[in-house]
Design a protein around this ligand. Structure first.
Ligand code: 6PG
Length: 227
């Protein structure tokens, strides 16, 4: 299947964040009006913090939002390096999404148990409405890293020996991340240029394994495009 990449370039990370924020709010409104709820998978790392802070400032009907995570680091629930802690501090602690509609990966548990539990939690909600992803300097996304192999049929992976600390993580599989109406990558900063060039040259990277039917949208700033 040919993956359709739609690239949307903005001058700054702030403009990327605002554009993605506007798109998410519009898609949520459409999903809620047609299907009664909006199911969104959050990206980890640091780039999405600006977007999450923007989202926290809007007065919308949060009661119909359902939040999931693309991956989580195997750390205690309140550890500052947890993706869930970043999202809570920037956004989720400031809006009224019902707690039973926020599905945090229990990555503090024994990893295999955490993966099995998360698979059971998310399966009834597939397909997602929106999956948000970042990209690392090596072209990784979520906790899917170059050179790592996983059973393709898995819904949720246990990741060990992650090159980006911490070594152990829980990650949705490429197939699960692709099970979505819409997929947006947010890529900002000069450190991503090399991976972006490889991506645009058609080289195989973890990001290129993400292949939803509708294709992917890449929101990218000038720095990452070396403009
Ligand atoms: C993680 C993220 C990871 C992240 C990229 C980009 O848990 O680390 O899921 O895939 O999205 O590494 O990270 P930055 O946004 O910090 O550059």
């Amino acid at each position: 299947m040919q993956i359709i990449n739609n690239w949307f370039n903005f001058e700054t990370p702030e403009r990327v964040a605002q554009a993605v924020c506007d798109d998410i709010l519009l898609q949520a409104e459409q999903a809620i009006s047609t299907r009664g709820r909006f199911k969104m998978v959050l990206a980890g790392g640091s780039s999405p913090a600006m977007l999450y802070q923007l989202l926290s400032q809007y007065k919308v009907d949060w009661s119909k939002w359902y939040i999931f995570y693309g991956d989580e680091r195997c750390l205690p629930p309140d550890h500052p390096d947890r993706n869930s802690v970043m999202a809570q501090q920037a956004w989720l602690n400031h809006v009224d999404i019902p707690a039973n509609q926020i599905f945090t990966i229990a990555a503090e548990l024994e990893p295999k148990s955490a993966a099995v539990q998360y698979q059971q939690q998310i399966t009834p909600f597939l397909p997602f409405d929106l999956v948000l992803l970042g990209m690392g300097e090596d072209g990784h996304t979520a906790s899917l890293f170059p050179g790592h192999t996983h059973k393709a049929e898995e819904v949720v992976h246990v990741v060990t020996h992650s090159p980006k600390p911490p070594p152990e993580r829980i990650s949705l599989s490429a197939r699960t991340l692709s099970t979505t109406q819409r997929l947006i990558f947010m890529v900002t900063g000069a450190s991503k240029q090399s991976a972006v060039n490889q991506w645009q040259a058609g080289e195989a990277l973890p990001v290129t394994a993400i292949a939803p039917e509708a294709g992917v949208e890449i929101y990218i700033d000038n720095a990452a495009l070396d403009l």
